[in-house]
Ligand binder design. Structure first.
Ligand code: BGC
Length: 567
């Protein structure tokens, strides 16, 4: 019996729906859940569907010509802390990223976002570039502490509001749809002082901030994203602790913080739904990060189960409650519950939702927004039990995809075919939602033509998902608008389609080759069949004679055999 079955049994003993049931009864219930149901499950079909391509680079890499549906939302992204600068301008309060970057020496060159691209003072340049690129949407985030310096409404900073009004009005004037992220990691420092996302009080505090933003900007903003990458917030901020607020507690706090984030998202969704949707008519969702996980051996069921588990631990942690049933995926409940029991804990480290909470979380996103960068190869391991950790709870080992080009960031290989599979998985797993890719891009060493290749291949895989697999893809967002502060990498690894000269106080911006290339993709709405290749394709004359050939010696034996069988 493999360990995933053992987990299942044990968790059901601990666990929510089956608590108190005796083991033999549980076995009858849960074994089919792991085996039969699993084998029938839709997401297995995604690995199955692409199985034949796994060994054949030709199929995996063939180039697909075609265009996206009319009205496809081509966009580009940034976030407040990465580009704005003006960290204390005009009454802005500090955020946890200001505090962190100004005190740590772990970021290359001790870089920070104090000035960054200086977008706070260079709005017109930014608008000009967006217009030149002809994007249909611009994804940016609001700096919470620029609007509410201490995180709450009573500290309202009108100058911060004015800045975003100018930005939004400028976009509308150029016919660019604002896609606004309410929270892209830069929590007001004042809220961190009262325990930040560890505290359930944040649910109401965040909701009030969102309420203010909907009321203030919602007449023009029709696409809201509550949180950017809650998995990163929970794991990097509270597990690994390499991002602010730098809490190192891999076994507990990530789960607690994620729990609060999910509830905070759901509450903000309902506020929009109840108070604003009817008059404003916009959409609201959450941007979830997802790598694609490919099993080390697609023919070994246990490895495919592991790849599925990896998907559930990263994407499903948030997507399952929001897009499915208000609750965590079984894989998470089983794994964390089982490990917790073996670790001698009185209850699972994974908190549980009440029925009322489940009902209020379920269905709280109008479209599926996904940020995607890379693919990993995973295989099963029975991971260690100490220290307690989300990472070990997954029982898996990650490796790099061997055949794909590297990018500047060591663990982010450019594995374009992974995007198509990811989109298929989302389609199957979450009931064919409308999907927006809200981030996709690469940092490259020197040569921007590598970034061009990245976009060419990744967008082509998105096109295949849309045109060949029936994925309902509505939009694509390239990351990033311009070179900017890349969090823990500082200014060392840059994702921009526009170069920014950070040595010059004017921060001049210059489009790169990739900006020109992306402009053309947008203009063509994809990759229409090129004229110079059309001549290679065509039809023969009407009376052209199609035939086939054989020779007596080659076929006689077969004919004889058939005659013998018939007689
Ligand atoms: C973040 C972006 C960032 C990108 C590349 C993503 O996880 O959401 O803000 O630019 O990573 O570092």
């Amino acid at each position: 019996m493999d360990s995933s079955r053992v987990s299942a049994i044990k968790v059901w003993r601990l666990g929510e729906p089956g608590a108190g049931t005796d083991v033999s009864a549980v076995c009858r219930v849960c074994l089919p859940r792991v085996c039969t149901t699993w084998l029938r499950n839709s997401y297995q079909s995604v690995w199955d569907k692409f199985k034949s391509q796994t060994t054949s680079n030709f199929h995996r890499k063939f180039y697909h010509y075609g265009t996206f549906p009319e009205g496809f939302s081509w966009g580009i992204s940034s976030s407040a802390y990465q580009i704005e600068g003006g960290w204390n301008a005009d009454g802005k309060g500090p955020s946890i990223w200001d505090t962190f970057t100004q005190t740590t020496d772990t970021i290359p060159d001790k870089a920070n976002g104090n000035v960054a691209c200086d977008s706070y003072n260079r709005l017109n340049e930014d608008l000009y570039m967006l217009r030149a690129l002809r994007v249909k949407s611009y994804r940016f985030s609001l700096s919470w502490s620029r609007i509410f310096p201490d995180g709450t409404r009573k500290s309202l900073n009108q100058k911060g509001v004015d800045y975003y009004n100018r930005l939004i009005d400028g976009l509308i004037a150029y016919n660019i749809k604002p896609m606004v992220t309410l929270y892209h990691w830069d929590l007001p420092e004042a809220l961190q002082k009262v325990n930040g996302w560890e505290s359930a009080e944040m649910i109401d505090i965040f909701n009030d901030y969102c309420d203010f933003c909907f009321a203030t900007f919602g007449d023009r903003v029709k696409f809201w994203i509550t949180l950017n990458q809650p998995q990163t917030i929970a794991w990097s901020g509270y597990g690994l602790g390499n991002m602010p607020p730098n809490v190192v507690d891999p076994g507990y706090r990530p789960y607690i913080v994620a729990h609060n984030l999910i509830k905070a998202h759901a509450k903000a969704y309902h506020t929009y739904d109840d108070k604003y949707r009817q008059s404003q008519g916009g959409l609201i969702s959450i941007a979830l990060n997802a790598d694609w996980f490919e099993p080390a051996d697609v023919n070994v069921v246990r490895e495919v189960v592991t790849a599925d588990r990896a998907m559930q631990f990263q994407l499903g942690w948030f997507a399952h409650p929001i897009f499915k049933n208000g609750d965590y995926p079984d894989a998470l409940k089983w794994q964390v519950g089982n490990k917790s029991e073996i670790q001698g804990l009185p209850q699972s480290r994974l908190p549980s939702f009440t029925e009322e909470e489940k009902n209020s979380i379920k269905g709280t996103a109008d479209v599926f927004c996904v940020n995607h960068y890379t693919t990993k190869i995973v295989s099963h391991v029975t991971a260690r039990l100490q220290p307690h950790s989300y990472e070990w709870d997954r029982d898996m080992r990650e490796a790099e995809e061997p055949d794909s080009p590297t990018t500047a960031i060591p663990n982010q290989k450019a594995v374009a075919w992974g995007l198509r599979r990811l989109l298929n998985w989302i389609k199957e797993e979450y009931g064919d939602p409308e999907i927006y890719i809200t981030e996709n891009g690469a940092a490259v060493e020197w040569d921007d033509s590598e970034r061009v290749m990245f976009y060419k291949t990744y967008i082509d895989e998105a096109l295949k998902a849309n045109n060949l697999d029936g994925v309902r893809l509505q939009g694509y967002t390239a990351t990033a608008f311009m070179d900017s502060f890349e969090w823990l990498h500082g200014y060392k690894f840059l994702f921009g389609l526009h170069h920014v000269d950070f040595t010059n106080p004017d921060r001049p911006r210059t489009p790169k080759y990739s900006a020109h290339y992306y402009y053309n993709i947008i203009k063509n709405n994809g990759f229409p069949f090129p004229d110079d290749e059309k001549m290679l394709y065509g039809h023969f004359r009407e009376d052209f004679m199609w035939s086939t050939a054989s020779s007596a010696y080659q076929v006689t034996y077969t004919f004889t055999a058939i005659l013998l069988l018939r007689s």
